[in-house]
Design a protein around this ligand. Structure first.
Ligand code: FES
Length: 159
């Protein structure tokens, strides 16, 4: 005798449907994105904001997404970097990889980071998502600019 109610059967069918959809989406992601992008996106270790950051910057993309970068420094080096974005999966991967990349870097070197460096570190991005890397790098430069401005103000200089 089948004791399964109609509601239970429907719920199970729905669960299977959801599982199938998420498997298809994952397969699509794996076709579109490198393993590096997927790994960063799935484990964004550097996501978040730093409330007492020494410098922070934001960038607005033409895609209407934003990226924020927060920096803590010590002895001229970036000791901690965090990112926050309301953007796509690629932007999460870019923010996380960039944050990991610049930690421990001196400020002059951080200024030199280009979006092409970030794309290489991620082993490529689909062409229509390369701007997500640019968004992260622009936010980093705005954070560095903000950091320098704060330093000048602390030292009694003008803005
Ligand atoms: Fe807007 Fe990726 S950041 S599409």
């Amino acid at each position: 005798m089948n004791s399964e109610s109609g509601d239970e059967r429907e719920r199970k069918e729905l669960d299977v449907l959801v599982q199938n959809i998420s498997r298809i989406l994952q397969e699509d992601d794996e076709k579109m994105y490198s393993g590096e992008v997927i790994a960063e996106f799935k484990n964004p270790t550097h996501a978040g904001r730093i409330s007492d950051a020494d410098g922070s910057g934001i960038a607005d993309g033409l895609c209407n997404d934003t990226m924020e970068i927060f920096l803590k420094t010590e002895s001229g080096l970036i000791r901690e970097c965090r990112f926050y974005t309301d953007g796509c999966g690629a932007s999460i991967a870019c923010g996380n990889r960039l944050a990991r990349f610049v930690e421990g870097m001196d400020l002059d070197s951080a200024w030199m980071v280009k979006s092409s460096d970030l794309i290489s570190l991620l082993n490529g991005l689909p062409p229509d998502h390369e701007h997500c890397a640019a968004l992260a790098v622009i936010a980093l430069r705005n954070a560095l600019r903000n950091l320098e401005k704060r330093r000048r103000m602390e030292n009694g200089g003008s803005t």
